[in-house]
Design a protein around this ligand. Structure first.
Ligand code: HEC
Length: 105
């Protein structure tokens, strides 16, 4: 009987942790979807094209403070609001979500 708990408890714990973790897709739908789409160009570039040309640090910096990054990314002006109120785990989740659209080599 004890053995069963050794198997079941970790599964319950892991599931509970994942439920707490913000999902990148949720952040995307809540904050980004009006201007960005996953693989199609919208008002802003697609997540696919971003993932293929940037690294995680560049993406995170742009989300948190686009006013200071747009020039280094090659834009003449900034049209994106800053999302500095996203918390650290939401920022990581949305960045991983964007990176998940990178073409597989
Ligand atoms: C009001 C529209 C708007 C919203 C909302 C918006 N963006 Fe943007 N975003 C843009 C535009 C437009 C650009 C292209 C740069 C520019 O013109 O300022 C851009 C650029 C970017 C870039 C850099 C593109 C590159 O060339 O590397 C990233 C990364 C990005 N957005 C992520 C996000 C994420 C993540 C969210 C949601 C949390 C978001 N954006 C919400 C309009 C928006």
């Amino acid at each position: 009987m004890k053995k069963i708990y050794c198997v079941i408890l970790p599964i319950v714990a892991i599931t509970a942790l994942q439920a707490n973790k913000p999902s990148g897709e949720k952040v995307f739908k809540e904050y980004c979807w009006g201007c960005h789409h996953q693989s199609a160009e919208a008002f802003g570039p697609s997540f696919k094209s971003i993932a293929n040309k940037r690294n995680k640090a560049q993406i995170m910096a742009q989300i948190a403070d686009p006013e200071h990054t747009y020039k280094s990314l090659g834009y003449k002006r900034n049209s994106m609001p800053s999302f500095s109120d996203l918390n650290e785990s939401e920022l990581r989740a949305i960045t991983d979500y964007i990176m998940s659209f990178k073409d597989k080599k």
